[in-house]
Every structure is written in C-alpha cells, then in structure tokens.
Design a protein around this ligand. Structure first.
Ligand code: PHE
Length: 463
C-alpha cells in the first residue's frame, strides 16, 4: 500500500543539495586528496573520474529509480519488487543494517570533529600537536556530552522531515561549506611554497596505477557517492516524478567530485607550504590520522606567518567545514533506517526516529568506549593478525568491505528482478530525452553485466 502522503523534496535544487550533502563527506575532504597525491596525481584523478561517471552514476540512477518507483526505502523496495522471492530479503536487510552500522561509526567521527572544533575555539590548538593529545581526547569523558550535542542536532533536523529538515539543512550547510572551502583554498594558494603541493597533487604518474590503487579508487568513488548504503534509494523515494533522475545523478556526481578535487587544492598545498619537508609518501592514507593528528600540526605551523589567533581561525574554519560535510552525510544515513521503520511498521516519523536514534546512540557508545575505556569493547575480537576493537570491526566490515557487495546486489536486483523496461520507464519519467539515448543503451547493458562484475571483484579483493 503506497501512501499518497509520502514526503517529498520541495525542489530540484533541494534534492541536489541534499544528495550532494550526503555524498560530500569526510572522505572527500581529506581521504581523496591524499590518496590522489600518493597514487599517481592526475593519473589517479582521471581513473577516479572514469569510475565515477561510467560505473557509479549508473548505480546511483538505478538506486534513485528503484526508490522512486517503489515509493519506499531500501528494505521496502527490495520487498516490493521481490515477488515474494525470499532470498531478496537478504538484500533488503543488508541495505538497512549497513547504513545503521555506518551511522554508528560516522557518528563517532562527527563527534570527534565537533570536539576538535570546540578545543580549537577554546584556544587549545597548540595542545593538539602533543603526541598524546588524540589518544587522551578519544578517551575523554566529555565525548559523552558531545555525543548528546551531535545526536540532538541530527535528531532535530530529521524530526522536521524531508523538506523542512533534511532539505533546509542542506540548503544552509552546503553553500556555506562551499564558500568556506573556496576561502580556505584561496588563502592557502597565496602562501609561499603552496605551488609545490599543487605540483605534487597534480603531476600524473601512470606507473603508480597498480591493481591495488585501481581497487582503492573504485572503492573511494563508490563510498564517496554514498552508494550501496540505501541512501539514494531512500532519497529517490522522496523525489518528484517530474524531475530527471539521469540529470540529477550527473549533477550530484559532478558536485561531489568537484569538492573532492578542490579539497586537494587545500590540503596538499597547506602541507607543503607549512611543512615543506613532508614526504607525502609517508602520509597515512587514513582520513582519521590525517584529520586528527597530522593536519592540526600544519595549522599550528601557520602561526609563524599569521599568528596564533590567525592559525586558530583557519583551523576552526577547516574543522567547521568538515563538521558540515559530516553532518549532512550523517543526516542522510540515519534517515535510511528511520524511513525503513516508518515504511515497515507504519509508525510516525517521531516514533521511528526515537527508536532508531536510541539504538544508534547505544551502539555508538560501544564504539566510543572501545579505545581503552571498556576492555570488552577495546579487545572485542581478533582477526587479520591482531586484536581489534569494536570500532575497528565496524569500520572493517561496513565501511571497507560490504558496500560494493550491496552495489552489485542492487544492480542485479534492478536488472533481473525488477527488469530493465521498468527501470527505463522510471528513468524516462521526467526526462523524455533519455529514451533511446546512448546513455540508456549503455546503462541497460552495463548494469546487468560488467558493473556488478567489477563491484564483486572489488568486494573479493577487499575481503
Ligand atoms: N560520501 C560520504 C563521505 O564521504 C559517504 C557517507 C555518507 C558516509 C553518509 C557516511 C554517511 O563521507
């Protein structure tokens, strides 16, 4: 039973900003630039862009179309089109568990970013270059308070629903994020020595494109566009039938890639201008260690040029930028289980939000205390030759591994279960020019053949 009163985005721009808000996250601002710089510069960029437009955009279109046609989030969408074939429920289940678990660790990351911002604003930038700062910080009791702040912000936004919450939040945060990013880039590019960073970022080196790098670029692109997480299915179910899905998907991908690219013009020149002796090959490719241990040192080094206050201001702006990017992503991912609960149990948004919110917060707390506070979660399990915390486990399974599998499943589901002609007619809605276009022919071929094959390969490679 499809309710006619399903919430909708109020405008095309609102949808684009919300979807781009989901896509632009921590991965774009820090992970992408450093990966690109280390793994072949412009060569990596070209590869990444090919993956985004040839593989990820079709998957995004499939997710949006399946969501809009079923008028349900991922769980309901799989059920709706599965014709009672029970094995597809696994896809639906994965499509709800995955965002739930990603929300859990993403909430923790967002809380840390919020904590760093608070520390910088209260004048503590200098303390951050101590080797022990991060370790002490992630074990601080104040984090529990920050969890409350971040969860309250996301909760209130989601309480207001699709138009007045998600869309309005994105309409405020995304343009602000963009202006902050540009302002920071301009400031950094005018610093002496910045050019070396730009060179390092962009000089192509095709010899670096090993199998591992190719695999990494594909995973990065997939994660960056918020695919395989049920987000685009959910957002698709809130899309107006008159809007063009192919056009919107391309715009969202373009915005996401542009932000990732632009962030490279900020992060690498900053590193080279303020720490010219850095050997970029030694930089960790983990966004976490970059954001929380390496970059604060770079910001502190700015005090020689612009004073402590100036350096703190730049650092605060940067962390605010990352915070906005993280919040819009967090909102989108928590909306998935909220929407699933509303669809499945026919309950109100507030009830769904309450239940899902409490479950996410409790599971997040298990992550928060898994850095030493509670031994049970700190030494949760063992694999890959080491003791792993609960937080490690969640990241390794849900962030690193499962997304491409979910992606392959949705492609196969859409093409072979829901069927191509239904996909076509959904995509033609709101975009008559799509009919019989090259894109339509390409997608009809690719979605049922090499795209899921590549995603399965990436999955196997990561496992
Ligand atoms: N593209 C997002 C990012 O880079 C992916 C994401 C979306 C992650 C939603 C978590 C939640 O961070």
């Amino acid at each position: 039973m499809v309710s006619t009163s399903r919430e909708q985005f109020g405008s095309k721009l609102g949808f684009i900003l919300a979807a781009a808000g989901s896509a632009v996250g921590i991965g774009n601002l820090v992970g992408f630039p450093v990966n690109a710089a280390k793994n072949g510069g412009a060569a990596f960029l070209i590869l990444y862009a090919i993956f985004v437009f040839a593989i990820c955009v079709p998957v995004m279109m499939a997710e949006l179309a399946a969501g809009r046609a079923s008028q349900r989030g991922p769980f309901g969408c799989y059920r709706h089109f599965a014709d009672a074939k029970p094995w597809w429920h696994i896809g639906g289940l994965l499509a709800v568990i995955t965002p739930f678990m990603i929300a859990v660790f993403y909430l923790v990351l967002t809380v840390w970013i919020f904590g760093y911002l608070a520390a910088i604003v209260s004048g503590n930038l200098s303390a951050m270059s101590d080797a022990s700062f991060f370790g002490d910080f992630i074990n601080g009791k104040i984090l529990f308070l920050y969890v409350v702040f971040v969860a309250a912000f996301v909760g209130v936004t989601l309480h207001f629903g699709v138009q007045k919450g998600i869309e309005r939040g994105a309409k405020i945060m995304m343009p602000t994020l963009f202006f902050m990013l540009i302002a920071l880039v301009v400031f950094i590019l005018f610093q002496e020595g910045a050019g070396a960073g730009v060179k390092y970022y962009l000089i192509p080196d095709f010899s670096k494109l090993t199998t591992e790098v190719v695999n990494g670029a594909m995973s990065q692109a997939f994660f960056s566009l918020s695919l395989g997480m049920g987000i685009m299915i959910t957002y698709g179910s809130y899309m107006d039938k008159r809007e063009s899905i192919p056009g919107s998907a391309r715009l969202v991908a373009l915005a996401d890639t542009t932000v990732a690219f632009t962030a490279g013009l900020l992060v690498l020149p900053a590193i080279f201008a303020f720490n010219p002796n850095t050997n970029p090959d030694d930089l960790s490719s983990s966004s976490v260690s970059l954001i929380f241990t390496f970059l604060p040192k770079i910001f502190l080094a700015m005090q020689a040029a612009i004073g402590y206050f100036g350096a703190s201001l730049v650092a605060a702006l940067f962390f605010l930028l990352v915070l906005f990017a993280a919040l819009t992503s967090l909102i989108s991912i928590i909306e998935v289980p909220v929407c699933a609960a509303m669809d499945q149990f026919c309950i109100t948004r507030n009830k769904a939000l309450l239940v899902v919110g409490i479950a996410i917060i409790i599971t997040s707390l298990a992550c928060v205390v898994s850095f030493g506070m509670v031994p049970f979660f700190t030494e949760f399990t063992q694999y890959g030759g080491g003791v792993k915390s609960f937080f490690d486990l969640v990241i390794d399974v849900f962030y690193d591994t499962i997304l491409p599998l979910n992606g392959a499943l949705i492609c196969i589901f859409v093409v072979y279960q829901w069927k191509k002609h239904n996909l076509d007619s959904e995509l033609e809605q709101g975009d008559p020019e799509y009919k019989s276009s090259i894109m339509e022919r390409y997608i009809n071929f690719a979605l049922g053949t090499f795209i899921p094959a590549i995603l399965v390969l990436v999955f196997i490679n990561t496992v």
